[in-house]
Design a protein around this ligand. Structure first.
Ligand SMILES: [Zn+2]
Length: 549
């Protein structure tokens, strides 16, 4: 029997909160990216063998170029002019180099049942060319045992397309370019000691299938955009890593179609900026340990982790797992534990499945059919290991900011970080800071939700002065937090449960509160709203195992 921690799902403020955050984050989250601006016609252009300007025939330790006005035969074979080159045969130790320094046009390489082995440097290296397009037909393989560079390398943009198969084995990176790497076709199988696919300015995929069977980081690019295709990644570190921070879009991961399946020992998806899922199917396995996240977005104030469409089923360690916090589609983070080899199924008619390769302790799920009123079952391993994901609308706070505060509090009590106290700070209708009580796990008696949110807002707004901000908290502030609000120049405090309610569930607020003269506060400084929803949150807290302090 699998150990499955079942958490009553009756409390999450789903749709209101999702819709609301969508409105907040609309400029960043709303519009699904179209593939158009990222690709040109040449990326999809199927050139035919008959149209080839020259043929490169590989045999043993020698390569022959049929038209010597276009470059030279031997080892390496050198291509010096733009055009279409058909490559056939098999070689051992021969490399192909493109050196077209005028950069007068595209160089197309049609790989037609090619087998190349190289021990020093890339099998194919485009060292100077406007753009290199590798089109796979038949069944080809590039094996490079060198521990630097890549089996297929380009100094500038590189596109891989076609309908054939290409197996890549590399002592360093599988495919690497210093421009944008685009995949629009072919069936790629990559085994690399370092990164599977690497594109300095980005990796864009719009078709074909890529299986990175072995890698350190599966895909590493300035930004990683998947519009269509089938991407399967196994990585001993991050599955997808968008590492660059040059320019606004750089460092983003956006998935808007296709199927992406990741088994990563590091983060499943790590982005220096936003992670946005607009469509497609994303199956992700993050780390079983606590060092990494399933989805790890950047720290910048405008970086978002949001889902607007598609189906997502992800598992990993609960410690650092974060649910999507924006976008138009409802999602849930649920503690469910399982082991390597378990099949995780989300039974909501889409029937998505993920096979775990290591232990996990939480599930993140989102799909178009998973809404406030729907019910799905997440099953792991044996039939006994399941969590019903169900939403009870009666606990949704009417005020959308309070709804987010409740969600913050739920996160804290789910992982037993502290009391049922979540908080958001709002300026000009936007959430500028949020946090929840982490007194127990932070070993910090001052780590109340309000204090956490004030610190978060200060960091985000780059100031200690929160004039013009309102604070929403699930429980009436204790004297420490009340005075912190005054120090921070918070305009007004909206709270759910009262000091008396806090005392009922065992907190010592009452005694402390008596030491404060509330008459001295500005008029209407403390306003009670959504008490019913917050009382339900307190009930949930009492139902779960908890430690008072
Ligand atoms: Zn407090």
């Amino acid at each position: 029997m699998l150990p499955v921690k079942k958490h009553s799902p009756s409390l999450l403020p789903a749709v209101l909160c999702g819709l609301f955050l969508f409105l907040l984050l609309m400029p960043l989250c709303a519009s699904a990216e179209s593939a158009d601006p990222y690709f040109s016609k040449s990326d999809y252009n199927d050139v035919v063998a008959e149209a080839a300007d020259a043929v490169i025939t590989l045999e043993g330790d020698h390569g022959t170029l049929s038209d010597t006005t276009r470059g030279r035969s031997g080892n390496p074979v050198v291509i010096e002019r733009k055009g279409i080159y058909r490559i056939t045969g098999s070689s051992d130790g021969v490399t192909i180099q493109i050196r077209e320094p005028k950069k007068s046009g595209n160089v197309y390489l049609i790989l037609e049942n090619v087998s190349m082995v190289s021990r020093d440097g890339p099998c194919i290296a485009s060292l100077a060319s406007e753009k290199t397009i590798v089109q796979c037909t038949g069944d080809s393989s590039l094996t490079c045992s060198a521990d630097q560079g890549a089996a297929l390398y380009a100094e500038d943009d590189l596109t891989v397309n076609g309908s054939g198969r290409l197996n890549i084995e590399s002592g360093k990176n599988g495919i690497q370019c210093r421009g944008v790497l685009r995949i629009t076709g072919s069936r790629l199988l990559v085994r690399a000691e370092n990164d599977g696919l690497k594109g300095k300015h980005g990796i864009y995929m719009d078709g074909g299938s890529v299986t990175v069977e072995k890698s350190y980081e599966g895909l590493e690019g300035g930004q990683v955009l998947v519009f269509d295709g089938n991407l399967q990644v196994t990585a001993s570190d991050d599955g997808i890593n968008a590492a660059s921070d040059e320019g606004r879009l750089q460092g983003d991961v956006r998935i808007s179609g296709g199927t992406v399946a990741i088994h990563a020992s590091g983060d499943a998806i790590d982005s220096n900026h936003s992670i946005v899922i607009d469509g497609g199917t994303v199956l992700a396995e993050g780390p079983g340990n606590n060092r990494n996240s399933i989805f790890d977005k950047g720290d910048g104030a405008d970086a978002v982790l949001c889902v607007n469409g598609g189906t997502v089923l992800a598992v990993g360690s609960a410690e650092k797992a974060k649910n999507f916090s924006g976008g138009t589609q409802y999602s849930r983070l649920e503690p469910v534990s399982g082991h390597a080899g378990d099949v995780i199924s989300a039974d909501d008619s889409s029937g998505v499945q993920l096979v775990a390769s290591r232990d996990f302790s939480c599930v993140i799920y989102s799909s178009p059919s998973f809404t406030e009123s729907s019910r799905i079952q997440i099953t792991s391993g044996s039939p006994a290991g399941r969590a019903d994901l169900e939403q009870d609308p009666s606990v949704i706070a009417e005020n959308p900011f309070m709804a987010v505060a409740v969600q913050e509090a739920l996160e804290g009590i789910t992982y037993q970080q502290g009391g049922p106290f979540g908080c958001v700070i709002v300026k000009d209708g936007e959430i500028v800071g949020r946090g929840h009580n982490t007194v127990l796990t932070a070993h910090d008696a001052s780590a109340h939700g309000e204090i956490q949110a004030i610190r978060d807002a200060g960091q985000n707004l780059n100031t200690h002065d929160l004039s013009g901000c309102d604070l929403y908290t699930t429980g009436e502030p204790c004297p420490m937090c009340l005075f912190a609000c005054l120090w921070a120049n918070i305009d007004r405090v909206y709270y759910g449960c009262t000091i008396e309610d806090n005392s009922v569930i065992g907190f010592r607020d009452g005694g402390f509160s008596e030491m404060v003269d509330k008459e001295a506060l500005p008029d209407n400084y403390l306003v009670c709203i959504d008490r019913e929803a917050c009382l339900r949150l307190f009930e949930e807290y009492q139902r779960l195992s908890h430690t008072l302090y």
